[in-house]
Write a protein that binds this ligand. Sequence first.
Ligand code: TRP
Length: 510
Amino acid sequence: MTERQSWGSKLGLILATAGNAVGLGNILRFPSKAALYGGGAFMVPYFISLFLMGLPLMIIEWVIGRYAGRYGHGSMTGILGLFFNHASWARILGSIGVAIPLLICMYYIYIESWTLGFAFLSIFGEIPTPVVTSNANEAIKPYLNFFREYTNPSATAYFFLLLTIAINWFILQKGVKKGIEITAKIGMPAIILFGFILGLICLSAGNWKGFEGLKFIYNLNFSRISDPVVWIEASGQIFFTLSLGMGAIAVYASYTSPREDVIKAGMWTAGINEFVEIVIGASIAIPAAFAMFSALAIPELAKEGTFRLGFITMPAIFMSFPLGEYISFIWFLLLFFAALTSSLALIQPLIALFEDEMKWEHSKAVNISIILITLGAHLSAFVPNFIDELDFWAGCFLLLIFGLIEIFVFIWIFGINNFYNELTKNTNLKLPKFFVYIMGILSPLFIVFIIYYWVIKDFENIFFIDEPNKLIARVFIILFILFLSVIAVKSKKIIMRDIRYLKLMKNLDR
Ligand code: TRP
């Protein structure tokens, strides 16, 4: 058996996991959702979800990832298997956990490629020039048309998609330490630097009118506290932004040393992510939009789709500033770095599945993973609405379900005492056991509550299929999970053979 991969340094590990969590979610998805669901009214469920669900699950994934890494498993297929003596059903259940990040990656990487494409178009002056008008719809029209043409998809879009996939492939080939870790060491400081520059520019725009935008987000209020849709969106955002509910944090944690302090690492990951979300992410898109347009236009601007705000509204605003091309360039470069460190993390669970469960060599595991992603990315590029459908099912619904499964297995099946012992190993922060009960009881209740209200209230809208493309997306999701399930069951033989072999060796030693 070959040695499993591992991180090079503590700093590298923290930056890599922060890079995993910090992504388009922080800088695009967060302001779009906040704008759509009422700013301060959205933030109340947001913070409650962060504390009741986000932080506990972050710690749980760290604990479990480190634990499973010791036994040579990093993917959810192997991790869930580990808890049930590699029973087929457990490995199949784990496949859902591997499918989620991959499904997300299939559209995420396409959006990532837009950021790279738009960065180049900005710096080469190919972005439309602004029209002088105070009417938001008029102002964004040229940019809307430009975006629609680009994502039609144009040949340029296709070129940058292939380039983005190639960049991801190149980094992943180099492995965890020499690829992902080094990228994060360059990417994370760049993200924070660019974020600061843009935040300052946007807040100060229009004689500091940008602050109105920040006030809109932080004017915490309870006006939509009883609206289940706001709850599901806020808690979905917490899962999405922290990369939770799919084993993506656990797979990174599985490459740490057994002596790593997981509580600290988890807190660093969540802390850096929240900083980049509610400080930097909150200071760019919405303040800029407030500085340029009236407050009434804000939800309207976010409507064009979760991620699209960044490609239509933002260039429209930046291009009207002095040196607009450069600001726009920095904006798209920021998005690209954020997206890149995340897309690597979205693919790693599949690589871990191939390496740990199928015992494939690293380069074969990476190549096959990239081929699958390329396939899915084509669907995102060529099937209309595929992106939004995937974002809803994989990026919101399944995350909640799988998060629930994680808590149930890792705390209740593993056992409160075992979990507590793992949690408090190698840490000088002695959390009382009481916290494990909060994690094991309060967090799942909270998730069940949200799913329950949401499904009851919105059942028909959710499951109703009003256009064929939605059906394509759903069938694809199911087929993909089935495919991973087949791998999960097939690889079981390999794992069981290894376990028997290890037992035999132990007996011979005696
Ligand atoms: N957290 C990422 C973001 O904010 C998106 C994401 C969701 C992700 N799940 C993930 C990234 C899993 C890596 C791995 O953009």
